[in-house]
Design a protein around this ligand. Structure first.
Ligand code: APR
Ligand code: PHB
Length: 390
């Protein structure tokens, strides 16, 4: 049986970043990914990096293109009741965010992995985890028509919400916490220069809308829709008309362009506790999901594996398991902060389908408070750019 030090299941941002951090620390890893490289690199997902997450990519040796092409934003715009108001992250917290697509960071991480020569297997099927409650866990997987075995000291479950890792933990070990929302997001990628320098989060009686971007030539926009919305009911023209209505403001123009991609994103909050069982450590979407409002998903995934990498390095260096044993608790503090922030942003900005007027009044009051109180704005800003100590 082949052996490695840390077996990593999944080559999303969590698995790839963990592989990179451990490689730089001289620890051997093998990454097993179910999909092909092209698929993983093309998946359009998140696009906002917290200040410290951008720094981490740089320290991990994969920040060069991000620093060149990423767009540094010192704030975001909140729009409600026909007014737009800037939350100035830089002024309120001294920090900013970097708009850089998850697809791009994934490409940079894969390039770094391939260049390092460290093993990464794409298109593997039937990954199965064994012996997780022993000190010699091993994995089985199918590749090129054969079944293979891989022994490891530790296993990192970075295989997303639908992965195999979390479900390899026996029933009754994990506690699940979840919240479903009665909305989804219809997202488009459009070949047009962003109509605003910074992101616009818009509260509107017809539902939430978000203007975001990927580059000076590519806009990313979202519309609140039903969770089971049928994308085929949304012609390009209908999408633009709705975006014009919800984002529109006197004296400002939303520029339209060719739509390159269109899809519906579900909205869900989900956490499992603990994020570890035996020699298996869950990270990223495998352990927790946040609704996209507030852009925390990718950042949480990267923060998890940062904590995990430091703990693994300490364990190999001294045999001391203290940091590894604290992994779940350490991560969950940040996870729950982000769960609250994402839930709060979601609840404040989306129009309830039942049109409940009490909630609408609360939303408008909260949005006004953010416009008029520096303290309220600072709380939003601090959460958005990423809290240092949680
Ligand atoms: N075996 C091997 N790989 C698997 C398996 C499996 N059984 N199941 C899933 N995978 C792979 C997926 O194909 C994917 O490439 O694991 C990877 C998980 O990646 P993500 O879903 O991107 O999760 P994560 O790395 O935790 O990153 C979270 O990505 O989903 C977004 O919005 C989310 O920004 C957040 C971030
Ligand atoms: C995105 O650009 O995809 C994005 C930005 C901000 C969010 C969510 C998604 O809150």
């Amino acid at each position: 049986m082949n052996r490695t030090q840390v077996a990593i299941v999944g080559a999303g941002p969590a698995g790839l970043t963990l592989g990179q951090l451990l490689h730089r620390a001289g620890i051997e890893t093998v990454i097993l990914e179910r999909r092909g490289r092209e698929y993983v690199e093309a998946r359009v997902r998140a696009g906002v990096l917290e200040h410290d997450v951008a720094d981490l990519f740089e320290q991990a040796g994969v920040g060069e293109r991000m620093r060149r092409e990423g767009l540094v934003h010192g704030g975001v715009e909140l729009q409600a009741a026909g007014e737009r108001h800037r939350i100035a992250f830089d002024e309120l917290t001294g920090k900013s965010i970097v708009v850089y697509g998850q697809t791009e960071i994934v490409k940079d991480l894969i390039a770094a992995r391939l260049e390092s020569g460290a093993p990464i297997h794409f298109d593997v099927d039937g990954v199965a985890l064994h012996g997780l409650d022993t000190d010699r866990p091993h994995l089985e997987y199918d590749e090129s028509g054969g079944r293979h075995e891989l022994g490891a000291d530790l296993v990192a479950g970075c295989d997303g919400f639908h992965g195999v890792s979390r479900s390899s933990i026996p029933q009754g070990v994990l506690r699940e916490f979840a919240r479903d929302y009665p909305y989804g997001w219809l997202g488009i990628l459009a070949s047009v220069a962003p109509s605003s320098e910074e992101l616009i989060y818009a509260h509107h009686e017809r539902g939430f809308a978000l203007l975001s971007m990927r580059s000076p030539e590519l806009s990313r926009l979202y519309l609140q829709c039903a969770p089971d919305e049928d994308v085929s009911a949304w012609s390009d023209e209908r999408v633009w008309t709705e975006l014009q209505t919800r984002l529109g403001l006197d004296g400002w123009t939303l520029h339209e362009g060719a739509i390159l991609e269109k899809g519906v994103t579900p909205m869900r909050s989900h956490v499992v506790e603990p994020m570890q069982w035996g020699r298996l450590y869950l990270a990223g979407d495998a352990a927790h999901i946040v609704p996209p409002t507030g852009a925390k998903g990718l950042n949480l995934a990267v923060r998890d594996v940062h904590v995990l990498a430091d703990a693994i390095v300490a364990w190999y260096a001294s045999g001391d398991p203290t940091l590894l044993d604290a992994y779940s608790e350490t991560c969950l503090r940040r996870v729950w902060r982000a769960e609250h922030f994402s839930w709060w942003m979601t609840t404040m900005l989306h129009r309830r389908p039942d049109g409940e007027e009490f909630d609408l009044r609360l939303q408008l009051s909260q949005l006004r408070y953010l416009r008029t109180s520096r303290v309220a704005a600072t709380a939003l800003a601090e959460n958005y750019v990423g809290i240092e100590r949680v």
